[in-house]
Every structure is written in structure tokens, then in C-alpha cells.
Write a protein that binds this ligand. Structure first.
Ligand code: MCN
Length: 788
């Protein structure tokens, strides 16, 4: 693409793909250092047990073994507990100690007990089997609601009732709303536990430099600067002596946000041995030791008038946090969930009590959507129940309650102020694209023949682009949420953009280059985006919460403007013109009306870098940096519609059609955005239909491999029919909202509601997710038995 073609809005191919699809990506496990040592973590086979003793003598004597260390060894070396970085205020949150390796008690299957270091990974693995741990097993609790009941075993002795926190969101008069309601509907929703499955499992490689007292950690992270900050707290190494590098990262979906125990372990081991140490998890380890997502039990009610006007929503939610607090775990079921219970609607009164609960399970944290899928599912499920109760069309009840268009903020009952929204056009477009009216007619005909055809409609709004740093502080997030960028022109006119965010599959190497290309008039391929290395990039708070584009683009635009301002001064000097007479368009600084005599931005970059003839008072160099702290979050929105048919004989669900109209403001790269929406929809559909982590009563993860945990396959899905509306946000200069999670947030209730619509003629009211054929078949069978 030449500089004068507009890059913003073009589906140009991803700059990062040639290296990734030709096997030339650099992932952490690809890296090696001279003297590399391999680490294997010995993990607890029990969900809850006291460690009475660890005998590592046989393991230590095995070939190639360089050391075996335990939690006490790490504590003796000054390594502290893994910190939780988000403690929500007014919630009486308990933060029990989380040692990187268990010291006297293991609390979930997969909890680290010892590390084994050897010349090869195989030697370390063999030796790990030879470590003899004497366990005394204890009672186990895996279910969040059960864990709060009297007499439940305590996961942490210092956390009574296993209750980590009790948080409340309240707005409007909920009691009055329910008192005046014509209809009240309710359901207990199990928003089941999910296991993130990034293509690349986690890995970490640490190299301690004793002479300099500094360490480099290459790690599969979505936010290297946060990792560095948190590592400085628990390793005791000063932050400026830690370099964290996230090389190519093969997906994360939230699971690579947290600071994990293994990050500290490899640093500790590298210090101990004076050699670089690498750890790469196996897929089974990934299932046990990388965070899980969701896992709520929710008792929800909605109140409405007989004309379908929603009056209120109230809920109690038990959020399973697992055995320990992971980095952002307390914020997910509270701030990112409870505050979004108004969805896209005017709901005048909302109240939710959220109980965060410890159990003997893998820690739970942010998984794509993080809190908003759970909120959206609650609201959208209730909307359907009200519609059914009132015999209203699901699309009509949504239209009736949608927030009217707004461009200057809209406050909902939970206290959030949405930025901009215009929900009805997205609904109209989706209905039109889907052919909703005809589809309903066809459904009626199919039903008349006994076929189980269902249609699900969801209108949603979600919060992303996290967010104003002041709000981060107010809601207990232990960091800022601003971003920074450096735009550096080399003398040749080529550009490096250094950003603090750290994409790991989303494509910002391309979209950020597109922004620079348009704004500064350089070719996309002349821009290299550098990220993921705390030594090479300015401070940033990471890639999650679909914040990378809305927040980092603000910093990029700031630096861009400063370059244009400086370039204008230099050009005016070189052109012997007044600064006010110089304009900058399509990469050329020129006196208005005489573009041919102008100076290209590359000319200016050379002039500024050589500095032979600079205007007075202007420094050499052509590089600017900028910080951006957004004034608000951003709130993308849209409408999704799906059609399914259920086989009454087998309970199998055929997802036949899917239409999604999403609004993420102006789109930088439509191909990338469509890819994000596709991937997001698939992840959300998978929650509705296939995926679910399951523990037995002893705390064994019985869905501990891809044989038992059903991740989606392309053949299960129809082509997606995508549309868009574009409502810019005033929160950042480009008006962009995030899109990385919208598909996941909307698609679970869309498909769930479609299946329940299909089963409605049989009187089936509810089936827990995932809607496996077996569950659906049982529900159908029970409804038929009941009907006899
Ligand atoms: N984009 C655009 N125009 C817009 C908005 C976004 O062209 N108006 C582009 C962006 O520039 C970027 C992509 O769409 O290339 C996603 O941008 P954004 O919405 O800013 O999301 P983030 O980059 O912050 O990514 C985070 C988000 C989250 S929270 C999860 S979880 C997730 C997701 O993105 N994990 C992913 N998508 C993923 N995609 C891949 N391949 N791997 C993951 O781990």
C-alpha cells in the first residue's frame, strides 16, 4: 500500500503472519540460552492434603539432576507469596497467603509441591516421579455454594466459611420494582467453569545475572510490565533490575494475564544454579495449573410490567475463585460483572450480592469476556423468560427496553456511564440480515410438523477499553490503566512504534501500523511495531479487556500530533515560510497551495536526525512519546441472532445460522475485526454447547484433557453472517471501541436462548450449560414422561 492510500478501514493482510505461518515465530519454548537447565514442577495429585514430608534424595541422585527444591527453600531465599493485584473495596476481601510452591498444605490438584532441575527435560520429569511426598489427605470442597454452607471444610484456615468477599452493587429501589411488578421471572443459572485453551501453553525462561543483580524473564505474558511490577513484589528483585520479555505469544484469552508461581520458580532456580532455567507446561498441566474462567452459580430474578417494561433485576451470585486468588480474580465477578447488569437496557433498579468463594480447585481468573459474559447471560436469559411469560416476541421485548440513542454519556442503575450508544439500528440490521420475520414463519411451520427449531436473539452492550486510571484506583485495581507510545523516525524515514501494550494474536502489529501510515503518510510496511519487552518499550498496562486499541491508540495519536507539530516547525524553517502557512497532508509538509515544493515527512526525519539546519529552539531528532489516560471506558454493542434445530431422538443441536451485527466504532482493519468476532463467537458458542470443566467430589479434574474437554471444531459451526454499525466514542481521538470480546459475550446467550426456544413446545424450561446431547436428550425425555 502506498502512503497516499488510506490504510484505516482497509483489510490489509497481517504484517505478523508471514513469520507465524512459516514457522518462524519466536515463542518462549523456542528460546535457548547457553547452559540451559530444564525445570519440571511436581504437582499435587490431591485436592486438599497436608504435606507431612518430602524426600527428594532419590530424585537428587538421578542422572542429570541439578537440584530439587521445595516451597520452604523458596521462602528461605526470600521469595514471598504470589500477590493478587485486585482487591475490590467495601468487600471485606480475605487474601490468604499463596506461596509459589505449597509449604505445608496443598489446596488443589495441580498445586506445585517441588521443582526438579536437570540437564534435560526428560531427566527432570523422570526425577520428579522419584520425589517422595508424604501426604495426609483432607476433606475437599469443589462447589462454591456448598463451600459456604455450615460445616464445609475450610480451604484456608484463616478464611471462615470459605468466603473471600461479599460485594454488593445496588441502584434504584429494587424492592419497590418487584412489589409493583405484574410478572416476576427467575432462574438459577450455572455459568459453568471453562478452561482456556491457547494454542501455546505457558512457558517461562529466566536468566539471572549475579554480577549485575538482574534477571531476564522470557514468558508467555499478555502484560510484561505488570509481570515485572508483580515479580518485584514477590521475588524481592528491584523492578528496574527485572526485564520481562513476551516474545511471540500464541494466544492467551485472558489466561496469560496473571503472574503465575512458575514465573517466580524459574527465577529462584536460576539464582540457585547460576544457570538459565526454562519451564514449559504440558497440555495436561495447562488444564490443571493455568487459570480457569467463569464458574458462577447465580440466582436471578427479573420484574416487569405486563406490557414488557422491565422494572428491576436482582441476583445472588456465588463465584468460585478456586484455591487461591489469582492476579485479577476478585475484579472479574464484581466490577466487570455486577456493574454490567443493565446490559443494553433501561433497568431502573438493580441489586446483586456477589460472594467470592474459595474451593479446592484451580484458581479462576479472567477468561475472554471476563465477567461480562456472565452478566450478559443473566440479563439476556431473564429477558427471554419475561418475553415467554408475556407471550412477547424476544426481539420486541428487547426493542421496548433498549436505552435510547445517546452521544454524551448515559448513566445506568449500577452507576456506570456508558460512552455512546445507538442500539436500535444494530437490532434492525440484524433482524433484516437474518430475515427474522420469515424465519419465525418457517419456525412455526416446522413446529407444526413436530420439528424442534429455535431462534435466539440477544442485544448487548459491554464494557471494555479499560480504562480511566482514577477508576482503576477507586475499584481496587493495583495498577494504572493508561498507555504510552513512542514513535521514532529513523534518518531513512522508516518508523518504529514502541508500545506498552502486548498483543498476542490480535493483530496490532498491523492495525497500529495502519494508524501511523494514515496519520503520518508512510507506507504500512515502513512501520515496525515493537512490543512485549520491558527494556525496549515504554510503560504500559497490557492487553486484556479489549483495551489495546481504544487506549493505546490515544497514546499513538498523541505522539503523532507532536511529530506533526515539530515537523511543521522544521518544514517552515526549511521552506522559509511562516509556521501558520505550513500544512501537513498525506505525508507532505508544504506551504498551502504549493505542495510540489513541499518536504516529505521522510525529508523532515532526515533533517531532524542530522540536525544540520534546525530552527532556533527546536531540538534534534524526530521521535516523540506520549501518554494517554482515557476519560472513560468504551461500550461496544450489537445484536446477535442464531437459529438451531434440535434432534428429539438424540438431543443433538445443529447450529444452522448465525448473524451478528456489532458496533466497535470506526474499524481500522475489517478483516481483523471479522476474525476477532468469528473467534469470539466460537468461544461463546462453545460455552453454550460443548465446553465445561468438571470436578469429581474428591477434587479431581475429570475433564483434564482434550479427550474430555470438548473444544469447538470448525465443522460444528455455520458460516457467520456479519454486519456492523459505527458509533464513534469521544473517549479517544480515533473514536474506536474494542472488539476482542464482543463475540464471546453475545454468543453464549444467543445460542442458549435459541435452544430453549426450540425446546419450548415440549415444556422444557431449563437445561444447564453446556447443552450436550445427553443433557438435552434427558430434558426432552423427562418432559415427555412428565407430559404422559
Ligand atoms: N480493531 C480494529 N478496529 C476497531 C477495534 C479493534 O481494527 N474499532 C482491531 C485491533 O486493532 C486489533 C483487534 O481488532 O487488531 C482487537 O483489538 P481490541 O478490541 O483492542 O482487543 P485487544 O487487542 O485488547 O485484545 C484483547 C482481547 C481479549 S480481552 C481477549 S481475551 C482475546 C481477544 O482480544 N484474546 C485473544 N482476541 C484474541 N485473539 C487471539 N488471536 N488470541 C487471543 O488470545
Amino acid at each position: 500500500m502506498t502512503a497516499t492510500q488510506r490504510a484505516f478501514g482497509s483489510s490489509i493482510l497481517r504484517q505478523e503472519d508471514p513469520r507465524l505461518i512459516t514457522g518462524k515465530g519466536r515463542f518462549t519454548d523456542n528460546l535457548s540460552r547457553p547452559g540451559l537447565t530444564h525445570m519440571v514442577v511436581l504437582r499435587s495429585p490431591y485436592a486438599h492434603a497436608r504435606i507431612k514430608g518430602i524426600d527428594a534424595s532419590a530424585a537428587a541422585a538421578m542422572p542429570g539432576v541439578l537440584g530439587v527444591y521445595t516451597g520452604s527453600d523458596m521462602a528461605d531465599a526470600g521469595f514471598g507469596g504470589i500477590p493478587c493485584a485486585w482487591v475490590v473495596p467495601d468487600s471485606d476481601t480475605k487474601t490468604p497467603e499463596h506461596p509459589p510452591l505449597a509449604i505445608d498444605t496443598v489446596r488443589y490438584v495441580g498445586d506445585g509441591v517441588a521443582i526438579v532441575l536437570a540437564e534435560t527435560e526428560a531427566q527432570a520429569r523422570d526425577a520428579a516421579y522419584a520425589v517422595d511426598v508424604d501426604y495426609e489427605t483432607l476433606d475437599v470442597v469443589v462447589n462454591a455454594k456448598t463451600a459456604t454452607e455450615d460445616g464445609a471444610v475450610l480451604v484456608h484456615d484463616d478464611v471462615p466459611g470459605n468466603q473471600c468477599f461479599h460485594w454488593t452493587v445496588s441502584g434504584g429501589d429494587v424492592d419497590a420494582a418487584f412489589a409493583e411488578a405484574d410478572v416476576v421471572v427467575g432462574e438459577t443459572i450455572v455459568n459453568q467453569r471453562l478452561i482456556p485453551n491457547a494454542m501455546e501453553p505457558r512457558a517461562a525462561l529466566a536468566e539471572w545475572d549475579a554480577a549485575m543483580g538482574e534477571v531476564t524473564l522470557w514468558v508467555t505474558s499478555q502484560n510484561p510490565h505488570i509481570a515485572r511490577f508483580l515479580l518485584s513484589l514477590d521475588t524481592g528483585i528491584p523492578e528496574h533490575k527485572i526485564r520481562v520479555v513476551a516474545p511471540d505469544v500464541g494466544g492467551g484469552f485472558g489466561s496469560k494475564i496473571p503472574h503465575y508461581p512458575e514465573d517466580s520458580m524459574v527465577i529462584f532456580a536460576s539464582q540457585k544454579l547460576g544457570r538459565p532455567v526454562k519451564w514449559t507446561e504440558t497440555r495436561s498441566e495447562n488444564y490443571l495449573a493455568t487459570i480457569h474462567g467463569r464458574d458462577h452459580v447465580e440466582e436471578v430474578e427479573m420484574a416487569a410490567k405486563s406490557d414488557g417494561t422491565i422494572l428491576g433485576l436482582r441476583a445472588q451470585t456465588w463465584a468460585n475463585l478456586g484455591a487461591y486468588l489469582s492476579t485479577a480474580s476478585t475484579g472479574v465477578p464484581t466490577i466487570l460483572h455486577g456493574l454490567m447488569l443493565s446490559g443494553a437496557y433501561n433497568i431502573p433498579a438493580i441489586h446483586e450480592d456477589v460472594y467470592g468463594v474459595f474451593t479446592n480447585t484451580t484458581p479462576v481468573d479472567a477468561y475472554r469476556g471476563a465477567g461480562r459474559p456472565e452478566a450478559t447471560f443473566m440479563v439476556e436469559r431473564m429477558m427471554d423468560l419475561v418475553a415467554r411469560e408475556l407471550s412477547m416476541d424476544p426481539a420486541d421485548i428487547r426493542r421496548k427496553n433498549l436505552i435510547e440513542p445517546f452521544t454524551d454519556g448515559h448513566e445506568v442503575a449500577t452507576g456506570l456511564i456508558y460512552d455512546t450508544g445507538n442500539y436500535e439500528p444494530a437490532l434492525d440490521q440484524a433482524l433484516e440480515m437474518f430475515g427474522y420475520e420469515e424465519a419465525r414463519k418457517a419456525q412455526a411451520e416446522a413446529r407444526a410438523k413436530g420439528r424442534l427449531v429455535g431462534i435466539g436473539v440477544v442485544t448487548y452492550s459491554e464494557i471494555c477499553g479499560l480504562g480511566p486510571s482514577e477508576v482503576a484506583g477507586a475499584v481496587g485495581f493495583g495498577g494504572g490503566l493508561w498507555e504510552s507510545a513512542i514513535v521514532r523516525f529513523h534518518p531513512s524515514g522508516k518508523v518504529n512504534l514502541m508500545v506498552g501494550v502486548s498483543p498476542h494474536g490480535q493483530g496490532e502489529e498491523t492495525t497500529f501500523a495502519q494508524i501511523i501510515s494514515d496519520q503520518l503518510g508512510v507506507a504500512v510496511e515502513d512501520v515496525e511495531v515493537i512490543y512485549g519487552d520491558t527494556d525496549q518499550t515504554p510503560m504500559g498496562w497490557g492487553t486484556y479487556g479489549s483495551r489495546t486499541t481504544p487506549v493505546a491508540s490515544g497514546a499513538i495519536m498523541g505522539a503523532v500530533q507532536q511529530l506533526i507539530d515539530k515537523g511543521t516547525k522544521i518544514a517552515a524553517h526549511l521552506l522559509e515560510a511562516a509556521e501558520e502557512d505550513v500544512e501537513f497532508t498525506d505525508g507532505v509538509f508544504s506551504v498551502k497551495g504549493s505542495r510540489e515544493e513541499g518536504k516529505t515527512i521522510q525529508d523532515i526525519a532526515l533533517a531532524a536526525n542530522t540536525a544540520w539546519d534546525m530552527p532556533e529552539g527546536v531540538d534534534p531528532g524526530f521521535e516523540e512519546s506520549s501518554f494517554f489516560n482515557p476519560a472513560n471506558f468504551v461500550y461496544p454493542f450489537g445484536t446477535h441472532i442464531a437459529q438451531v434445530e434440535v434432534d428429539p431422538e438424540t438431543g443433538e443441536i445443529d447450529l444452522q445460522r448465525y448473524t451478528a451485527v456489532d458496533d466497535c466504532g470506526p474499524i481500522i482493519n475489517p478483516m481483523i475485526v471479522e476474525g476477532q468476532i468469528h473467534g469470539g463467537i466460537v468461544q461463546g458458542v462453545a460455552q453454550a454447547l460443548w465446553e465445561g470443566a468438571h470436578y469429581d467430589d474428591d477434587g479431581n479434574l475429570v475433564t483434564g484433557s482434550m479427550m474430555d474437554y470438548a473444544i469447538p471444531k470448525a465443522e460444528f459451526l455455520p458460516n457467520f453472517n456479519l454486519g456492523k454499525t459505527e458509533t464513534p466514542t469521544p473517549v479517544n481521538p480515533l473514536g474506536v471501541k474494542g472488539v476482542g470480546e464482543t463475540g464471546t459475550i453475545a454468543s453464549t446467550p444467543t445460542v442458549y436462548n435459541a435452544v430453549m426456544d426450540a425446546l419450548a413446545p415440549l415444556g422444557v424450561a431449563q437445561v444447564d450449560m453446556p447443552l450436550t446431547p445427553e443433557r438435552v436428550w434427558r430434558a426432552i425425555s423427562e418432559s415427555q414422561e412428565g407430559g404422559k
